[in-house]
Design a protein around this ligand. Sequence first.
Ligand code: ANZ
Ligand code: ZN
Length: 826
Amino acid sequence: AEKYDFAAIQEKWLPVWDELKPFAVDDASDTRPRKYVLDMFPYPSGDLHMGHAEAFGFGDIVARYWRQRGFNVLHPIGWDSFGLPAENAAIKRGIDPRGWTYSNIAQQKASFRIYAPSFDWSRELHTSDPEYYRWNQWLFLKLYEKGLAYRQESPVNWCPNDQTVLANEQVVDGHCERCGAAVTKRNLTQWYFRITDYADRLVDDLGQLEEQWPARVLSMQRNWVGRSAGADVEFRIEGRDEPVTVYTTRPDTLHGVTFMVVAPDSALAAELAAGSTAEVCTSFEAYLEKTRAESDIDRLSTEREKTGVFLDRYAVHPLTGDRLPIWAADYVLADYGHGAIMAVPAHDQRDLDFARTFDLPVRIVVQPEASDATDLDPAVTGEALVGDGHLINSGEYDGLTKAEAIDHVTEKLEDSGVGRAAKNYRLRDWLISRQRYWGTPIPIIHCSECGEVPVPEDQLPVELPSAEGLDLKPKGTSPLGAADDWVNVACPRCGGPAKRDSDTMDTFVDSSWYYLRYLSANDDTRAFDVSEVEKWAPVDQYVGGVEHAILHLLYSRFITKVLFDLGFVTFTEPFTSLLNQGQVILNGAAMSKSKGNLVEFAGELRDYGADALRVTLAFAGPPEDDIDWADVSPAGSSKFLARAWRIAHDVSSDAGIDTASGDVALRRQVHRFWADAPGLVESYKFNVLIARLMELVNVTRKTIDSGGGAADPAVREAGEAIALALNVVAPYTAEDMWSMLGHEPTVANVPWRDADPSLLVQEEVTAVVQVNGKVRGRLQVDPAIAPDELERRAREDVNVLRAIGAKEITNVIVRAPKIVSIATAK
Ligand code: ANZ
Ligand code: ZN
């Protein structure tokens, strides 16, 4: 061909690659070291979109790079194909979620084929296949055996629109993550995974990921677990036998406690109210009603006007014996700590807001450093003193620092038997049951005689019944409950009539371990082969969106630790390195169909081809940043690719391999590129890599046009370098160049070249020689020249000698390799 034609090149190489299957990993005889590169698998909600193009483009740079660095690279692909969107689409159109899902998968697959990430297609998986979800059920049973899966009635987040429960993680600002409806609470019996047993490890093991995961994600994980340290303190209650325990992170402020608050929706509040006056009972009941309608987020907000009910009951301060009024207020949550707090209004903002609303006393006990307390009285300023300082108004603890006082007070509480050091976590157990159809059936049978009976492993999978005849519309109970033939079974234990559990699993269960399934994707005898896991896992490079920074990663980390404890894996963190790509936006706004500002992947692919799209996305900036499609130029990327391609085209007609005689400046450029390129990829500087390739293309073109033409062996060397490196981001163009340069496919398997160190030394630098402050000479010198050598050469320079003449040299300053400054007598 005479002109760069991306469509023709794609058509030419796709069938070749289909035939060669260069990325199918056949491990048996391979001695290369291994790398496992994984992209978060797509949800098949339609065709691929620009976000996929970006994420999979970046993942592919890394995968192709490691392959060309001599590694045996596993880069698998599959679909996260269970879930609500399929079910909602099915309901809307009156079709089977299965059909909708699998036709979307086919479409995405066809697009991926053209986009051409270096996937090993032989390991393709769909979580909605019984061959996959069977092992979700196996995993569930493993957790069940370990006591890590349990059923319990408790108040749960309920989406009134989707008519299903939501994990805490799926409630965003009090609204359903999926549909945006305001979330309410309901008492339901649900399945949970005991992730709270792993809370400490989920925090502590983040240390293994420091530097390799984005700091932002590490802190989101840490905050989600929300571990805090402090003390449990017992308060005696007047008229009650049992003391009440509260959790505090600030035992040092114990002398500043002026009242107590209990969560209105706790059993304790109800009991204390019941033991009070009829009037209190009435106002408490009304308040409780109001509280029940509120979300936790609202309740914890510091912005809100504080409300509450005085219970007309009193606690006794454990150290001073002071009487402390007890209130019920919604800003205290029933299911955190002990559902009751010691209020320290001087040093806690919510307590202060409450105290100012209800005119309760404020006592400062931690004096801020170097300040005048009268200016800072929280009762006056409305600002709690939350910083460090020294204790005051605290008897024997006066003068101690906050940290010292925390230790001393905790010790004192322990000695007096009214408290102890304690930790607390924001993390709650993972609610995994869903009242929906399109998910993994929970492998439990309920028998009136035997209770909960796990489905025996050899009876897995419990297959989803056909959706035909089932009403999938959300109604608060699982549609599976109405599948009579499916739900009614004989109890595996006693043989009597029993019913299958009709809930399905949260789809985050599916994605919590899929990275292991890829390692034995076609093995129908086990979830994964431990020896394959030993070879490949954990994942060396994981790539995906920051929207999964909490849930998916937390659950995968948890399940990996469980599998470690069960002896199935030998590592405790699933993803060694993590790259979170930014979003693709348009004109500063997120793209969406409803806003009408959607850039369609399919259209861009048709107009510019896979390579130009990939180059555009990688060149736009650091991969973590958002890419505004209005600011980038796929047409510019096409031009660059055409220029690169033309170099190979020009070289191919002129032979030459003896680089020794080639243009040295060009050769230096090529070898500097090879010296820098690996570091650029490994630090995710894909945009810089492309900038360097552009520079190389330009210099090569200049050499062709001005020097020895395309027959210069250095030009061939440069053309090959460009083809080899371009493979990571523009595989079609690279393959075509490689072929024009006389090689067999596929360039993807040809290693990058090593830089020749002799070509890396910096050529020469110019040293300036001054005589009495005036520049009199310039010398071309080695940048590593020694100072005395430089001085000798300066003194020998003819122009310098002329300037000095017969005058006597009084001083010489040498700054190698840049300056020699000579002073003379007048
Ligand atoms: C006294 C105190 C003084 C507190 C002070 C803070 C500052 P984290 O870090 O999130 O664990 N608390 C305890 N249980 C609560 C509940 N069920 N609902 C709402 N708030 C609760 O927060 C622990 C702190 O949050 C505890 O320490 C308690 O207030 C409050 F200067 O006790 B603190
Ligand atoms: Zn039974």
